[in-house]
Design a protein around this ligand. Structure first.
Ligand SMILES: *Cc1c(COP(=O)(O)O)cnc(C)c1O
Length: 459
């Protein structure tokens, strides 16, 4: 077919982004500042200094610089596995019989298996540059732990990973991979920290949560010399690094004059969605596009669709700064769900603000429907998707079928944030029909909301 858009659109080295894009710079209504939990004043670089590397603190607090240069060294790091492919879903479109054009950006072809490496590399780079010798972090499904283990091996840093206990049991190969890259992996909650011990005392059988693991990792970072903590999602510097996804996508689509009408991503803490949508949302904010944006979350952890917009802690032990975000409460422990990477109680503050302002939509999906979509996708497109990413596939398919009804030829773009090769337990439970679609009752959510601190919430 003449002028057919290639199935895979890649960028040349010259076309690769040299800057990250800071979406906050183009937002008239900025996300609310993080607050110091003691003083309730906006946090300063000095407040964050004991926990985070300086390089990322500067980025976290910068809401005015639009384009932030990607250091040469990180451009080199990216060259090892980027650009990722932007793929036209011809086979899926055909199977659905939709007039819509569907594109997806596949972030799962590096060994860590997801987009997480886009921020892990920069975070390890800044730590090394600042003379630190070790880092701590948490991991839910294991993608972030793997990405950090790879990055610390690359830059020569020690790493301790607190892995949510249920995930470390569900995903033994993740654990093996993280350890093979040389990191020290501890299932969380553990008795290696005060916060872990406290959680174990109150609930000895808990499978853990990202909130608990974060508390443990921060505690260890603060107590250890030349050590800092790194976070794989939720914070704005992580979204900044992930803007590489959207920038590559936009350059690739621009080459063919394609403008997406609907942009879809799964959202745990919001980093892959935030990164994919950034330049497109920037166009919307500046009146150059009228695209729709849809974040998809699991029905078992519905921070957008059933949460509150409130100042909340980022962790269960209530040690982090307060973040104004869509949250179901730092004390909320979601039921065991196979989308491990989407089990966080809160949502990035920028995405939360855009959601409040009606610029970003959200949907919640139950697991079996998500896996039905994953199977349709892998049978047609050939790629085994991560359970997290399959939330985006589900809604992309729904939107494409809507176009089939209306006959509209919309352009749908979604983020395929990772591969499902380490999630075969989840696929097994789907195959055996033992997967459940448990969603929290209002009473369950009430218990989570009760953990949101009672500070003045001014909007
Ligand atoms: C971690 C992860 C997510 C969720 O995190 P976000 O910060 O919301 O992007 C989604 N997909 C995959 C494959 C992940 O590893």
């Amino acid at each position: 077919m003449a002028n057919k858009i290639p199935t895979r659109i890649y960028l040349t080295e010259e076309e690769m982004p040299k800057f990250w894009y800071n979406l906050r710079a183009d937002m008239k209504n900025k996300p609310e500042p993080m607050l110091h939990p003691g003083t309730l004043q906006p946090v300063t670089a000095a407040d964050l200094g004991p926990v985070f590397c300086k390089g990322v603190i500067d980025q976290e607090l910068d809401e005015t610089t639009r384009l932030i240069p990607i250091p040469e060294d990180i451009q080199d790091f990216y060259r090892a596995y980027r650009p990722s492919a932007l793929i036209r879903a011809y086979y899926l479109e055909k199977m659905l019989g939709t007039p819509a054009e569907i594109y997806y950006k596949f972030e799962g072809s590096n060994t860590s298996g997801s987009h997480k490496l886009n921020s892990a590399g920069p975070q390890a780079y800044y730590a090394k540059k600042e003379g630190l010798t070790s880092l701590t972090t948490e991991t839910g499904a294991g993608q972030w732990g793997t990405a950090m283990a790879m990055s610390c091996a690359f830059y020569g840093l020690d790493l301790t990973v607190y892995m949510v206990k249920v995930s470390s049991e569900q995903k033994p190969y993740r654990k093996a991979l993280i350890e093979a890259y040389g990191a020290n992996l501890i299932p969380s909650p553990s008795n290696t920290t005060e916060s872990g011990k406290k959680i174990l005392e109150s609930d000895p059988n808990t499978g853990g949560s990202l909130g608990c693991a974060i508390s443990e990792a921060i505690e260890t970072a603060v107590k250890t010399d030349k050590c800092r903590y790194v976070l794989g999602s939720v914070l704005n510097h992580v979204l900044l690094h992930q803007s590489i996804i959207g920038l590559e996508t936009k350059t690739a689509l621009d080459k063919f004059g394609i403008k997406p009408d609907i942009i879809i991503g799964c959202a745990g803490g919001g980093s892959n969605m935030g990164g994919l949508m950034a330049p497109f949302m920037g166009e919307k904010l500046t009146g150059k596009s009228n695209a729709r944006f849809i974040a998809v979350e699991p029905a078992s952890c519905p921070s957008f669709t059933r949460g509150r917009f409130a100042y909340d802690f980022g962790d269960t032990a209530k040690t982090t700064p307060l973040i104004k975000m869509m949250t179901i409460g730092n004390g909320y422990i979601p039921s065991a769900n196979h989308a491990g990477g989407l089990r966080y109680h809160g949502m990035n503050s920028t995405l939360s603000k855009l959601f409040q302002d009606g610029l970003l939509e959200a949907r919640a999906e139950v697991q079996t429907n998500v896996f039905d979509a994953a199977i349709k996708f892998m049978k047609t497109e050939g790629i085994l998707p991560a359970p997290e990413s399959s939330h985006a596939i589900k809604v992309a398919i729904d939107e494409a079928l809507e176009c089939k009804k209306t006959g509209e030829k919309k352009v749908i773009l979604f983020g395929l944030s990772g591969t499902g090769f380490f999630d075969m337990t989840a696929y097994q439970s789907y195959n055996n029909k033992t997967m459940n679609d448990q969603t929290p009752s209002d009473a369950d959510l009430q218990r989570g909301f009760a953990s949101i601190p009672g500070i003045p919430q001014n909007s």
